[in-house]
Ligand binder design. Structure first.
Ligand SMILES: Cc1ncc(COP(=O)(O)O)c(C=O)c1O
Length: 337
């Protein structure tokens, strides 16, 4: 029985997503590190291929969030993010799939020419509400009130779908990874993932606990300090473990986070991201994204090279969890060329 078998789930994703080795990338890194083969191996878990509206990590969270919305009799999904939010794009598509409406609170100004995720949000017929980045969550609460007053039944989804309901998607994903790894005789000894609103990492951490799998899960922070993200993930992992029926209190110190790669801030593409995106594209033909996976993969390569202690123990076989985001590449064309 899957660890989430007792929880309602609305199927949205094409699962399992592939887990595969990266032979050309590994070879390139080996030459660069001058390490004798096979001293380490990177594998990739392809959650950029979850299948919903070009895929990404939010699909797994939305399977549990949409099921909850339907169980509560809601008629509209409401959520918030940046203009190029992958989460908003997948929420808009999930709403269509489930016969619900979708209203999005976006931070910033409407772009003159829609591009990337925002273009896709429009194609999915979402309704937009614009505000400042700082005011997004307030505006979302207000919107919930306005919709209720108008007789609608909104389902409130916080930043990134990162609540204990959504995070269960990643507890289940860890179980999927473990089965695939066993079939491949891969025996990964660490996972690296982009971490921002924390739900993906928290779900993986709670899943590892529920499955009794002692595997370090390193979150590369995209936009938060180490202490803040550790606290966020620890709280969310504790609540998620509770929801899984395996209660456990996680402390911030137990959560592995690196905030060494914040660069010039959220969504600002620097050399780290550019180099990582090119490296993955030109060795494996795989697209990373400019905001999350470019930064996380750049961080992973740097950690292997300069900060191996980041994993808390020696590691040989590492899964890079690809969380999607490629539609944003087009909106960042001028930063990438
Ligand atoms: C492509 C991508 N990767 C990673 C993340 C981070 O996931 P989380 O917010 O669950 O930490 C996001 C969140 O928006 C994302 O869009």
């Amino acid at each position: 029985m899957p660890i989430t078998a007792h929880l309602p789930r609305y199927p949205l994703a094409f699962l399992p997503t592939p887990l595969h080795p990266l032979p050309r990338l590994n070879e390139t890194l080996r030459q660069e590190f001058q390490l004798p083969a096979p001293s380490f191996q990177l594998l990739v878990k392809r959650d950029d291929q979850t299948g919903l509206a070009t895929g990404g990590n939010k699909t797994r969270k939305l399977e549990f969030l949409v099921a909850d919305a339907l169980a509560l009799g809601c008629d509209t999904l409401i959520t918030t993010g940046a203009t190029q939010s992958n989460h908003c794009r997948q929420t808009a598509a999930a709403a269509i799939h489930a016969g619900l409406r979708c209203e999005l609170v976006l931070g910033g100004q409407p772009p003159e020419s829609p591009n990337g995720n925002y273009l896709l949000d429009q194609l999915f017929g979402a309704t937009f509400h614009w505000t400042t980045r700082e005011n997004r969550l307030n505006r979302l609460h207000e919107l919930a009130g306005e919709l209720r007053a108008a007789g609608r039944r909104p389902y409130f989804i916080t930043y990134g779908g990162s609540d204990p309901v959504g995070a269960c998607g990643y507890a289940l994903a860890l179980e999927e990874l473990r089965e695939q790894a066993m079939a491949l005789h891969a025996e990964p000894d660490a996972i690296v993932v982009a971490s921002s609103s924390g739900g993906t990492q928290a779900g993986l951490v709670a899943g590892a606990w529920a499955l009794d799998w002692d595997i370090p899960i390193l979150g590369i922070s995209i936009d938060e300090t180490e202490a803040h993200l550790q606290g966020l993930v620890a709280d969310l992992a504790s609540q998620t473990a509770e929801r899984l029926g395996k209660p456990r209190h996680f402390t911030p110190a137990e959560i592995l986070v690196s905030a060494d790669y914040l660069g010039a801030g959220y969504g600002v593409v620097g050399d780290l991201e550019r180099t990582a995106i090119r490296l993955m594209a030109q060795t494996e033909g795989i697209l990373l994204d400019p905001v999350y996976t470019g930064r996380a993969f750049g961080g992973l390569v740097d950690a292997l090279r300069n900060r191996p202690d980041r994993f808390g123990k020696p590691v040989r076989s590492i899964v890079f969890w690809h969380t999607g985001g490629s539609p944003a590449l087009f909106a960042y064309a001028s930063d990438l060329t």
